[in-house]
Design a protein around this ligand. Structure first.
Ligand code: SAM
Length: 171
């Protein structure tokens, strides 16, 4: 019975965030992530990947498996707890409870992973563009399930698209 109430509580907490933030939680598929991080863009120990809205942290854990350091920003505290627990033994993974629109990416960020609401696409592009300009270097963007508007796709694999976003002053 306790397990039943725990499951209901988790469901209500997740639903509450969807209602208040319009931010549904659907994870990327680990098999497709492994292909994306080896064949679309080969992650290495030189990379720092940022996941915008990191959910249960699956993207972070697969990125770490591929050698990269990975930082997730997640607004839902329950998902932050779950992802911290699942990556507790992995020093290359960190998860911050934060509203990503107010986040500042680490200086060494090289790759940004995006799987969010389609209505936020333009906002996401502006955020990455702002961060590339602030950091003064290109950022590789990997989006899942949707294309970024007005930016040329560099490569595509399965449902993943890859882009290069340059600092504004460099364009
Ligand atoms: C579609 S899920 C993707 C999860 C993960 N990136 C993946 O690919 O498995 C989107 C996530 O973004 C989170 N999210 C939505 N709005 C956010 C915001 N403003 N700041 C941080 N996280 C947000 C949601 O809570 C949800 O977990």
């Amino acid at each position: 019975m306790n397990l039943f109430f725990a499951i209901v509580a988790v469901f209500v907490a997740l639903l509450g965030f969807v209602v208040f933030f319009g931010a549904p939680y659907v994870p990327s598929k680990s098999k497709e992530l492994r292909r994306a991080f080896t064949k679309l863009y080969k992650l290495s120990g030189n990379d720092v990947l940022v996941d915008i809205g990191s959910g249960d942290g699956i993207v972070l854990r697969v990125a770490s498996e591929c050698g990269a350091r990975a930082v997730g920003y997640e607004i839902n505290p329950l998902l932050v707890l779950i992802s911290k627990f699942l990556s507790r033994r992995d020093e290359k993974v960190s998860v911050k409870q934060a509203n990503v629109w107010k986040a500042r990416f680490p200086n060494e960020t090289s790759v940004v992973y995006v799987f969010g609401e389609s209505r936020d696409i333009k906002k996401i592009v502006r955020l990455v563009q702002t961060e590339a300009s602030r950091l003064s270097h290109d950022l590789v963007v990997i989006s899942y399930g949707f294309k970024l508007p007005d930016i040329t796709v560099s490569k595509k694999l399965d449902a993943h698209f890859m882009y290069i976003i340059s600092p504004l002053q460099a364009q």
